[in-house]
Design a binder for this molecule. Sequence first.
Ligand SMILES: Cc1ncc(COP(=O)(O)O)c(C=O)c1O
Length: 397
Amino acid sequence: MNNNELVLEGKKYVMNTYGRLPMALVKGEGSWVWDADGKKYLDFVGGLAVNSLGHCHPKVAEAISQQSKKLLHCSNLYWIEPQIELAKILVEQSGLDKVFFCNSGAEANESAIKLARKYAKTKWGDEKYEIITMKQSFHGRTLATLTATGQDKFHKGFAPLPQGFKYVPFNDIEAFKDAITPNTCAVLLEPVQGEGGVYEAEYEYLRKVKQVCEDNDMLLIFDEVQCGLGRTGKWFAYEHYGVMPHILSLAKALAGGVAIGAMLAQEEVASGFQPGDHASTFGGNPLACAAGVAAMTAIEKENILDNVNKVSSYFKEQLMVLQEEFKMIEDIRGKGLIIGVELGQDAGNIVDYCKDQGLLINCIGGKILRFLPPLNTTTNQVDICINILKQALSKEV
Ligand SMILES: Cc1ncc(COP(=O)(O)O)c(C=O)c1O
């Protein structure tokens, strides 16, 4: 079927929850994808930070193939070899102690919220349940995680929402302190906000947040679903700040393109969960975890973090050259290869033009272009992106 036929069939059978472009992607290799009409694109959307190793990384594909012939699924009533292997890698890289596996970012945050409440209630009393989150944050679409998300537009139409969440402006330490009550058990935040518009936590802010948590018997939860696992040029974004969370959520890139989520915690906090407190049928299944082991090993073996740092500097330099020429570029921000370019005008036409020229990028909040290329992208591919972007911006002047 071609693009048109797939769009028509899709509209007929698939629920209408996404504002989709009128095309279907059917094949991918490295940084490139092809649509159903055979058109080729440079993919700087990257599955919204999932395809960190590009499409169909050979080591990930091989691991999936091998595991699919060995054991596709078994219950968490039994120990699962690839799950243990992946947990070990995550613990060794993160400095946290224990891992719970699930299937998505929302589930990872849902687990984090449950663990924080369970631990806090047991340790500090039943009234410790409230969680502070940031305005403009994004934590997922389950009822608890959309409530944790500090953007009204995601709440509309879903009341009554779960209780016990409070929102404060990001990077405002006084507002954070003022929001704390004897009921507060945790703060949940993204060190680099993704969906909210690519905003980084300030260095001093995160350090103070941790201190405030320690002074007030509160847990620090980082949502690194989008910014974790090499995206910012370090394994975890919190390493840029020298601030360890008590709980960490991960997903997206963890299994090189296969659905997975993980929630990590320090030993003592992790002990808040006992058998029966939380579970997931597919969480930590052999297939996803084998893919995860292959993906994490590839990040290490292929020096992906060095590449992120090198390509990120080059990318930002080239964007700054564009900024000199096009005054509509108001800001360039982000860490590593999560980059936001804020325009003084609507960015929709630019995204469309780039797509027609064979470059996939996306736009958030109407005016912010977001670039999430594979972490193994090259400076040559950045040049291709910059050239197309330049043409797109020229059309807007
Ligand atoms: C920071 C962050 N947290 C949570 C989520 C939700 O992840 P998922 O869509 O896998 O449930 C996302 C998704 O974009 C995200 O960016």
